[in-house]
Design a protein around this ligand. Structure first.
Ligand code: SAM
Length: 400
């Protein structure tokens, strides 16, 4: 453990109490892990974006505010590419807690973790499975794995085995696993995962729930007979799982139908209905501009509105982004409209989908802003694994 371990005990207590009060932590096992593992042993130099978008660089060695920043409920950016774009981060504690609670790992379990990152989540898993359990942790980035090796050795952790590997392939040599957790987003549930687990194993991962860029959700499922069962979707999204170390993170890896590069970064559009119409997508991207009349109230819970769009308009769901951010909405070959977190609607082509998007936001508000928890998820076999899709529960979401 680092020398800072004892200083951070009150901050760990504060963060753990907050995660419990907000319902992210629900029982003693993960509470104990969050109390026991010092996050600063794994994340010491990082960038924090505060809610207003301000960016602050911290270094525990030189900066008195760093320790407190480490114990905010925020994703801490730990690695950048040459252009300053994040390539690895320590996931926000609330999303970590939500996923770990659903993983339900027990002492003695063998766990496959995909996306080692800083090593902090591996240390939490190590604590939960105890000395009789085992955690194989994979990252595509060999520098992160070398760092994790070193940090776990220094912390005296003996049940974590960091490996360089592509999460899509799993790690057969360490299995069979009782649990798999992935902190990066595959486009399908990979077939090797289903083959490397014990019967009844639980998998928790961020996964694509539509062939649309950034259409991600957290999914929990059981594996029986080599297939995913009992799928439940939850809000949350991680960086995309990629089969090599990336240098450009600002452009989503999959399902982008048209993109344009500017000195500030890429502009792009992705829509379920645009994949077969690349020239229409390029035209819509060219014409996409903010409308003069933003929504009276923005969908603050963007994950919730994303869930609504994917469930009520799966064939028209779309996302579009630029260096300032991205929006979710609808696109067809003649029209596109997406709403950004500030309520601005970006629109191109005819007014058809602009009106439909406004109606959809109203209907979502009238329904009480349901989110992924109000949906059901299904898995469909594909060549690479299982594609996950979401739909309305029998009596849940209704809307135009
Ligand atoms: C959000 S970070 C993980 C955060 C980590 N759980 C922590 O506590 O710091 C996601 C990680 O997934 C890794 N990753 C992306 N694609 C991968 C792949 N195909 N296989 C393994 N790791 C991958 C990235 O290199 C990155 O370190």
């Amino acid at each position: 453990m680092t020398p800072t371990t004892h200083h951070s005990a009150p901050l760990r207590r504060q963060l753990t109490d907050k995660l419990s009060a907000d319902g992210f932590l629900r029982g003693s096992r993960w509470e104990e892990a969050f109390l026991a593992v010092p996050r600063e042993a794994f994340v010491s130099r990082f960038v924090l974006h505060d809610p207003s978008g301000e960016r602050a660089e911290h270094d525990l060695a030189t900066d008195g505010a760093a320790l407190e920043a480490i114990y905010t409920n925020a994703s801490l950016i730990t690695r950048h590419d040459a252009g300053g774009t994040p390539t690895s981060s320590s996931t926000s504690p609330s999303l970590m807690a939500l996923m770990l609670e659903r993983l339900d790992a027990h002492p003695g379990h063998r766990v496959l973790e995909i996306g080692t990152g800083s090593g902090y989540s591996s240390a939490l898993l190590s604590h939960a499975v105890g000395p009789s359990g085992h955690v194989v942790t994979l990252d595509i980035d060999d520098a992160l794995i070398a760092r994790a090796h070193d940090l776990h050795r220094r912390a005296g952790t003996t049940n974590v085995d960091p490996r360089v590997g592509d999460g899509y392939q799993g790690w057969a040599a360490g299995g069979p696993y009782d649990r798999i957790i992935a902190w990066a987003t595959p486009h399908v549930l990979p077939r090797p995962w289903m083959e490397q687990v014990t019967p009844g194993a639980v998998v928790v991962t961020s996964v694509k729930v539509a062939e649309v860029a950034l259409a991600n959700a957290v999914l929990r499922c059981h594996v029986t007979g080599g297939q995913p069962w009992l799928l439940s979707p939850h809000p949350g999204s991680m960086i995309e799982m990629h089969a090599r170390v990336l240098t450009e993170f600002r452009l989503p890896i999959r399902y982008v139908d048209a993109a344009r590069h500017t000195p500030q970064g890429p502009c792009w559009i992705s829509g379920a209905a645009l994949h077969a119409h690349p020239s229409a997508a390029a035209e819509l991207l060219r014409d996409l501009t903010p409308t003069m009349t933003p929504l009276p109230s923005a969908p603050e819970n963007r994950d919730g509105f994303k869930a609504w769009v994917l469930a009520t308009h799966p064939d028209q769901a779309a996302t579009a982004g630029d260096p300032e951010g991205w929006g979710i909405g609808l696109a067809g070959h003649d029209s596109a409209a997406v709403v950004r977190p500030d309520g601005t609607i970006h629109h191109a082509g005819s007014d058809r989908l602009l009106h439909q998007l406004r109606r959809s936001v109203r209907a979502w508000n009238d329904a009480g802003q349901p989110g992924f928890e109000a949906l059901t998820a299904h898995a469909h076999p594909t060549a690479e694994g299982w594609a996950v899709r979401v739909s309305r529960r029998q009596q849940g979401l209704t809307g135009p």
